[in-house]
Design a protein around this ligand. Structure first.
Ligand code: DX5
Ligand code: ZN
Length: 221
């Protein structure tokens, strides 16, 4: 079956009890962990020592989203910590090919992220070096923002390139994903969906994951 993965973002979880919050999303395909350094984005979350503890207790693989400057220096340690995938930003990396190779060599999947206004075309030749491409559908930095429809044409072009490459690269969307917007993201070709407030804001996160997965699957090409 084609990939259709739901990655709840723990940015919307209760930070005072992250271990329990991970247990509440045990039916997810991975937990999305947002690392912010207060420089690349105007917000500060958590870093390696916390991620190492999450990695030790999580019932699902960790999908790291590094919104940090100088990922060339800091990202490999997250792969060495055992995170399943490590995504860094194209705007921040000095040597993305070298970094992606280092992440893979450390046993993680390598992901490349682009902000809403960053074109994806300059990076398409890098697809053989990548396991995931993340098209941000909000400006990175905060949960609970509104999905930016202006990113949909870029998502469609990225999906075309990923398909032409053989479909091995996951196409992730992150930001403003709800029961409503996941329809447009899935139709545009995304196959991996991050959802923070839509999952942790729900009464029953497990039911929210199932509902998002079902809706996405019905609208994927
Ligand atoms: C935003 C983060 C997202 C965030 C998404 O910069 O990268 O992962 O948690 O939150 P929602 O789904 O609420 O937009
Ligand atoms: Zn994220």
């Amino acid at each position: 079956m084609t990939r259709c993965d739901i990655h709840p973002s723990i940015l919307s979880a209760d930070f005072s009890r992250l271990g329990e919050e991970l247990q509440r999303i045990s039916t997810a395909d991975a937990a999305h962990v947002d690392v912010m350094d207060n420089h690349f984005v105007p917000n500060l979350t958590l870093g390696l020592p916390v991620v190492e503890r999450l990695q030790a207790v999580s019932p699902v693989p960790l999908d790291l989203h590094l919104m940090i400057e100088d990922p060339d220096r800091w990202a490999p340690a997250y792969a060495e910590a055992g995170c399943a995938s490590v995504t860094f930003h194209a705007e921040a990396a000095a040597a993305p090919v070298k970094l992606a190779r280092e992440l893979r060599a450390a046993g993680a999947k390598a992901g490349l992220a682009v902000r809403p206004a960053t074109p994806v075309e300059p990076y398409l030749d890098l697809l053989p070096e990548l396991d995931m491409l993340l098209v941000m559908t909000v400006e990175p930095g905060f949960g609970g923002q509104k999905f930016l429809d202006v990113t949909l044409p870029k998502l469609r072009r990225a999906a075309q390139a990923v398909r032409a490459h053989g479909g091995t690269v996951a196409l992730q969307v992150d930001g403003g994903i709800t029961e409503e917007t996941i329809v447009r993201a899935a139709e545009a070709g995304a196959d991996t969906f991050v959802a923070g407030s839509a999952v942790y804001g729900a009464e029953d996160p497990g039911a929210a994951i199932e509902a998002l997965r079902g809706t996405a699957r019905r609208h994927m090409g």
